[in-house]
Design a protein around this ligand. Structure first.
Ligand code: ADP
Length: 172
């Protein structure tokens, strides 16, 4: 497997960062990443190593591996783990924007706060919000974990590597 933290590099074009904990990545995340990818010369999917106040279900290596498998066909998408402030990490890659997905109104309050805080910390970086596609607007990592815990079908809700990982955990 490739390094979980590839060294940030600078390129001439426009780079954007798509930060999140991706615990685990869902089809909703993949949809936003795939829609954002053509808007930039490079998209860095930045996976928070250890989210604050949250024990992750999957390790950083697993979360990154799921994303890399699901996005393997996109040459200009890089998946990397990080453990600093988002804005600091965005600067390391020379990113001009952060990309976030917006589902229901409930996402708005948190995104509003984070958007302004990040703007204060990195005035040169804009946050760009993509509206969740209707078919994924109800989908969350925590919802997926709930379904998996009760043995429900995850088809179309998560990439196949994630569905396999849940099946293996249930079997063991
Ligand atoms: P965090 O750990 O920062 O809360 P997540 O890893 O859960 O973030 O998600 C990363 C980004 O993807 C966030 O902007 C979140 O709102 C967005 N997102 C999560 N699920 C979906 C979905 N089903 N459709 C669109 N965007 C989503």
């Amino acid at each position: 497997m490739r390094d979980t933290e590839p060294e940030p590099t600078l390129i001439p074009g426009r780079t954007a960062l798509c930060p999140g904990s991706y615990d685990p990545v869902t089809s909703g995340h993949i949809d936003v990443i795939r829609r954002a990818a053509p808007l930039f010369d490079r998209l860095v999917v930045a996976v928070v190593r250890q989210p604050r106040h949250k024990q992750t279900t999957f390790s950083i290596e697993e979360r990154i591996a799921f994303l890399r498998e699901a996005l393997a066909d996109l040459d200009h998408v890089v998946v990397a783990g990080f453990s600093t402030l988002v804005v600091e990490y965005a600067h390391k890659w020379g990113a001009v924007a952060l990309v976030r997905g917006l589902r229901a109104v409930s996402d708005y309050e948190w995104e509003f706060q984070m958007g302004h805080l990040n703007k204060r910390l990195g005035p040169d970086i804009e946050t760009v919000y993509l509206m969740a596609s209707p078919q994924y607007s109800f989908l969350s990592s925590s919802g997926v974990k709930e379904i998996a815990a009760f043995g429900g079908a995850l088809d179309e809700l998560v990439p196949s590597a994630v569905a396999r990982a849940f099946a293996e955990r249930t079997a063991s």
